[in-house]
Design a protein around this ligand. Structure first.
Ligand code: CMP
Length: 134
């Protein structure tokens, strides 16, 4: 059964470009409640650990460098069926494929620098939330 929590990060590109407020507005206007929230910065080791599942992918090095280059906002969000609902709100990984009205359509610039993260399962939402809020 679906839980009602998911985990998100506003990534360094979106923070650098001044989009924290705009993205948080889209999140709350979509009916998510912010349970936990913090501005922080990943070390290289943190980013490697968070994205360990992608360590064999060709873009892993680029991803780790990007995610640790500046501040991010980490948050736990609550809504019915949160994981699935939030993935609809953020849109496709590649902003070129993201539909109108999604966060990535509005704020992402490329498949690598795609503004926001959203957990892909209830299990990962718990693991990822615990990574930042313990
Ligand atoms: P996200 O889905 O939040 O988590 C995995 C991240 O890897 C993804 O966002 C992108 O930031 C990044 N990513 C996925 N595919 C590529 C790619 N082809 N090239 C560069 N980065 C990618």
């Amino acid at each position: 059964m679906a839980t009602n929590r998911t985990f998100t990060m506003i990534k360094p590109d979106a923070v650098e470009n001044g989009h924290i407020g705009g993205i948080l507005s889209m999140i709350t206007e979509a009916g998510f409640r912010i349970v936990s929230l913090k501005l922080t910065q990943l070390t290289t080791a943190d980013a490697k650990a968070f994205y360990a599942v992608h360590s064999e992918r060709p873009f892993y090095g680029e991803l780790v460098e990007f995610m640790s280059r500046g501040p991010i906002v980490a948050a736990i969000l609550e809504k019915d069926n949160a994981v699935e609902e939030f993935r609809k709100l953020i849109g496709a990984t590649n902003p070129a494929d993201a539909v109108e009205g999604t966060i990535r359509k509005k704020y992402a610039t490329s498949v690598g620098e795609n503004a926001v993260h959203g957990s892909d399962s209830d299990e990962n939402a718990k693991i990822e939330g615990d990574f930042f809020f313990n």
